[in-house]
Design a protein around this ligand. Structure first.
Ligand code: COI
Length: 351
């Protein structure tokens, strides 16, 4: 272990108040968090302490100019109760890719991983073992300079907290293909996991919800026809034995679950094609009876089956009884996470 830092434990754990059989997503926090500050070009003040609000100056640059990035990753337990992390190095690398795009300092991979390992080791009793539940890990970084004026902050804070979570979606999702608002264009920040991307999705997602949909499916910002991703996850389409997903063109988040799904499916002999996909060809595929399944992938969403997609006057209604591939990938990923399915690609790291 390269880094040493103080640990202050909470006098009273909140774990006894948690109903692990009925976990919501994103509402329950464990007892502790990791905190570090970036000052004078280096990471300092590293510590783990009881989770609590952090006072912030009203002039904090993150509020005004949006330098804020995050990751979402998961820990699970095997049948013996050992804590496991899913592809943590890949999350560390993506975090730093987001940092570079948002003109923020990188967190050394070793620091990122050591902080997570130490925190998970302290909080492992909080990792749910119920099927569909997991420990969600949220590393994030934000600017901390108290300066008004558009420039990159000189100081930052890096925090990691963890939460026991149930499923993000409890039922198949209904999507509205959005052509009025756009999420990202090539050259923008769509590839970065930055707070503003999610803020931009809120108005269209709220409008979609009013019309009975769960989320927006984004189309590209220029032609308004190429499918990008859903507000909360990447997207896959199945036609027979071929699985299609939009290629990473620089405007789409490089999902780690997306990458895992592609690897698993290719390993199983499926043809997986990453390419530009228009909404029109998906509508046509459906009209010809060739679209058998649609599903989303994400750390939070895991594998979320899609029940319907509305695009202008066309409603793509999927026959949920045809679900085969999405169920297989869901079972396989969950099986790997609990070591009940072989971890062929060595994605698990003992925490
Ligand atoms: C994740 O999948 O980890 C995300 O950050 C997406 C968000 C919907 C929770």
């Amino acid at each position: 272990m390269k880094y040493t830092f103080p640990i202050t434990r909470t006098p009273e754990s909140g774990i006894s108040k948690v109903d692990f059989d009925n976990l919501p997503f994103g509402k329950i926090y464990s007892d502790h968090m990791f905190v570090a500050d970036y000052q004078d070009g280096q990471w300092t003040n590293l510590e783990i302490r009881p989770i609590a609000p952090i006072p912030t100056h009203p002039g904090n640059m993150a509020w005004h100019y949006g330098q804020a990035i995050f990751e979402g990753m998961k820990a699970s337990r095997d049948m013996e109760g050992n804590a496991l992390l899913f592809r943590p190095e890949m999350h560390a690398k993506r975090f730093n890719a987001s940092a570079r795009r948002m003109c923020m300092p990188e967190v050394p991979e070793e620091l990122f991983l050591q902080a997570i390992h130490t925190l998970i080791d302290m909080e492992k009793e909080w990792i749910p073992q119920q099927v569909g539940s997991a420990m969600y890990i949220r590393p994030f970084m934000y600017a901390t300079d108290e300066t008004i004026g558009v420039k990159a902050s000189d100081t930052y804070r890096f925090i990691i907290f963890v939460m026991p979570v149930g499923p993000y979606y409890n039922k198949p999702v209904r999507l509205l293909a959005q052509d009025q608002y756009v999420r990202a264009v090539v050259g923008g920040v769509g590839e970065a996991k930055t707070a503003g991307n999610y803020a931009a999705s809120l108005l269209p997602a709220t409008m979609a919800r009013k019309e009975g949909f769960d989320q927006v499916m984004w189309l590209d910002g220029i032609h308004k026809k190429y499918i990008q991703e859903v507000g909360t996850m990447n997207i896959f389409f199945v036609s027979g034995n071929e699985v299609l997903t939009p290629n990473l063109d620089g405007a789409i988040l490089a999902g780690i679950t997306r990458d895992s799904v592609i690897t698993l499916l290719k390993g199983e002999g499926y043809t997986v094609t990453e390419r530009p996909i228009t909404i029109h060809e998906i509508v046509e595929m459906h009209q010809q009876g060739k679209l058998t399944e649609v599903f989303g992938t994400g750390t939070a969403a895991v594998i979320a089956p899609v029940e319907a997609i509305q695009y202008k006057d066309d409603l793509i209604q999927l026959d949920m009884s045809q679900r085969k591939i999405s169920q297989w990938v869901y079972d396989t990923i969950n099986g790997i996470r609990s070591r009940q399915v072989e971890d062929k690609y060595s994605w698990l790291v003992t925490a």
